[in-house]
Design a protein around this ligand. Structure first.
Ligand SMILES: [Zn+2]
Ligand SMILES: [Zn+2]
Length: 168
């Protein structure tokens, strides 16, 4: 489906601790608080972890009213533009959306056990400056993670570090 992908935004983040603060942030920018938009925010506040647009549309498996997927994407896009929401990708699945609340995070994902590690960006600054030095790239790992083998899996499967596994 075209339009089922939202663009990443890297503007200023707004940490809204609760629904009222989020609504206030939207109001102060002259944005409408439609029922659909409120429902998207409610789903993000209700979820313990970042969730996909499909999960929002599905009302968190029945905990909230269902909504139209296309409208969920549009609202997520707006909320991300404002800085209340950020999304990232952890693999082949859909993008995951979360409230900006805890500050920016970058991700490392294990290809073998699928564990996810979220770290504050300064922890990857040494990697970033090395990439910049060698390739001239300003690397960011907040939209797409660093993918590889976590320390545990690398210990268990040392051969995979040499024999590059085929993409499954
Ligand atoms: Zn994306
Ligand atoms: Zn692992």
């Amino acid at each position: 489906m075209r339009g089922a992908v939202t663009a990443p935004h890297t503007g200023p983040s707004i940490a809204a601790p609760d629904m009222d603060a989020a609504v206030e942030a939207l109001r102060s920018r002259g944005l409408r608080i439609s029922a659909a938009r409120r429902l998207v925010l409610e789903a993000l506040f209700a979820a313990d972890t970042p969730i996909s647009a499909e999960q929002v549309a599905d009302g968190l498996a029945g905990r909230l009213p269902r909504s139209d997927l296309a409208s969920v994407y549009r609202n997520l896009e707006t909320l991300e533009e404002v800085g209340l929401v950020r999304h990232f990708h952890l693999g082949h699945g859909p993008g995951l959306y979360g409230l900006t609340g805890t500050g920016e995070r970058e991700y490392l994902v294990c290809d073998s056990c699928h564990s996810v590690r979220a770290v504050p960006p300064p922890e990857l600054d040494r990697v970033r400056s090395l990439v910049k030095e060698e390739f001239g790239y300003e690397a960011r790992f907040s939209h797409f993670p660093i993918v590889g083998l976590c320390a545990d899996c690398a210990r268990e499967e040392p051969s995979t570090r040499i024999d590059r596994r085929r993409h499954q």
